[in-house]
Design a binder for this molecule. Structure first.
Ligand SMILES: Nc1ncnc2c1ncn2[C@@H]1O[C@H](COP(=O)(O)OP(=O)(O)OP(=O)(O)O)[C@@H](O)[C@H]1O
Ligand SMILES: [Mg+2]
Length: 410
């Protein structure tokens, strides 16, 4: 009996013209005008990208069973507010024109401005980059574990990176092996780290074998750093602190340290031992995005954590500048509104159309600030935003590929 092709989509996310795609042909043999090329990581499955309507999607061909499972887990991870590619649909029941069942297809939204690690190594290889990759992976792993997700396949190719004010933020792509168990047993966390460590080493050694890894990168040191930094962040976020119950300011101190690491404490457990008048404090619910939430509240801008930190600093210095030239400090809400209207938006608007997709606006702003700082240092006086921007566009941005939808030949 002929099979019927089934399209299961999140309501409101159905790509237009989806049913017109050549579903009766194996994905690797498609020849269709909607196909677009994107730089991507290595994979066992066939993964191709299509641009439909105004959006780009990644299609991954895999057994229907695997596709169902991955669709479910990706949705669950995303519902927890974690950085992961957005699964929007499943295609099943495919049949080849000449008969015979074809595999299913998992459909995810293409993650704009996402950069595979090989691309990053090809443009800025070296020890600082490997440290940034480790830091980004550590934050993702800790966030997953805090929320009870075991990934089971953390590797450099299964992460996508987005620039974040000079550092990187990692997104999970590929969740075939994930499970949810809250709280996550210690053994599973350890196992996860073992896998991550091995896969990271494998990814870096592959690069080295292809002559793409600078000799200053010590693979062993990088993978050991992964364990070490994971341990530090995990302990800071979840560890028990015991204090003298009369020193309650130490509770604030603990929360502030967690905030400084970019996390909010949503729930705190305190246990009082009257015998020694000791307090045990245990963060019970922590969530990444402390500065990002504050910036969103003040300005409505949606950016990543480090970008938010950077923009908040710039808002604060704009506030100080306004206080100086106007003789009194406007209230914080006014400073934020004026900063958006007088600094941020005019800058973004001045970027010519053809350079827009090169970097996310918040990242561009961060790079502009850096660029202006170096220009000012070299000039010995404060270079203005407009001069800084012109110089940045002509000497830096113009020479960068469009990272919104990256495609570079190998
Ligand atoms: N939604 C997406 N946005 C951007 N890039 C994507 C997306 N989905 C997949 N990719 C790219 O395709 C690559 C392969 O995807 P994925 O890792 O899911 O395939 P896989 O065959 O399951 O991999 P593995 O061999 O690790 O099992 C990724 O490394 C990533 O570069
Ligand atoms: Mg993969």
């Amino acid at each position: 009996m002929a099979r019927t092709v089934q399209f299961r989509f999140l309501a409101g996310h159905e790509p237009s013209n989806l049913i017109d795609l050549p579903w009766s042909v194996p994905l690797e043999h498609w020849d269709h005008p909607a196909l677009v090329r994107r730089t991507r990581g290595q994979s066992r499955h066939v993964v191709r990208f299509v641009h439909l309507g105004t959006k780009t999607f990644a299609l991954k061909e895999m057994s229907e069973h695997e596709a169902h499972k991955e669709y479910g887990v990706l949705r669950q991870i995303r519902a927890a507010g974690l950085p992961v590619v957005e699964a929007v649909g499943l295609v099943t029941g495919r049949e080849a024109a000449e008969g015979g069942a074809l595999d299913g297809v998992l459909v995810t939204r293409f993650l704009d401005y996402s950069l595979p690690f090989r691309y990053l190594f090809s443009i800025e290889g070296g020890a600082p980059l490997s440290h940034k990759l480790v830091d980004a992976a550590v934050v993702l792993l800790v966030r997953l574990h805090v929320d009870g997700f075991y990934w089971g396949d953390c590797s450099l190719s299964n992460l996508l990176f987005r620039r974040d004010a000079g550092s990187l933020m990692a997104y999970l792509v590929d969740a075939e092996t994930s499970q949810h168990r809250n709280p996550l047993p210690e053994g599973m966390r350890e196992h996860e780290l073992e896998i991550a460590r091995e896969n990271f080493a494998g990814g870096l050694l592959d690069l080295a074998a292809q002559g793409m890894l600078s000799s200053e990168v010590e693979v062993l040191e990088v993978v050991n750093m992964l364990l070490e930094r994971y341990g530090l962040l995990w302990d800071e976020l979840t560890g028990v602190t015991e204090i003298d119950a009369r020193e309650k300011h130490l509770i604030d101190q603990r929360i502030r340290r967690i905030n400084d690491m970019g996390f909010d404490v949503d729930e705190l457990v305190m246990e009082h031992d009257p015998a020694g008048d000791r307090l045990r404090i245990i963060p019970a619910l922590v969530e990444e995005g402390h500065h990002a939430r504050e910036l969103r509240r003040m300005t409505g801008l949606e950016v990543q954590e480090n970008q938010a930190r950077r923009l908040l600093n710039d808002i604060a210095s704009y506030g100080a500048y306004l206080a100086r030239v106007e003789g009194r400090a406007p209230p914080p809400a006014v400073v934020a509104a004026r900063w958006i209207a007088e600094v941020y938006e005019p800058m973004v608007a001045q970027v010519p159309e053809d350079l827009r997709g090169r970097l996310e606006p918040a990242e561009l702003f961060h790079e502009l600030l850096e660029h202006r700082y170096y220009l000012s240092e070299a000039a010995g006086y404060e270079v203005g935003n407009d001069t800084g921007l012109r110089s940045y566009l002509d000497s830096v941005l113009r020479f960068r590929p469009s990272e919104q939808a990256l495609f570079l030949e190998d």
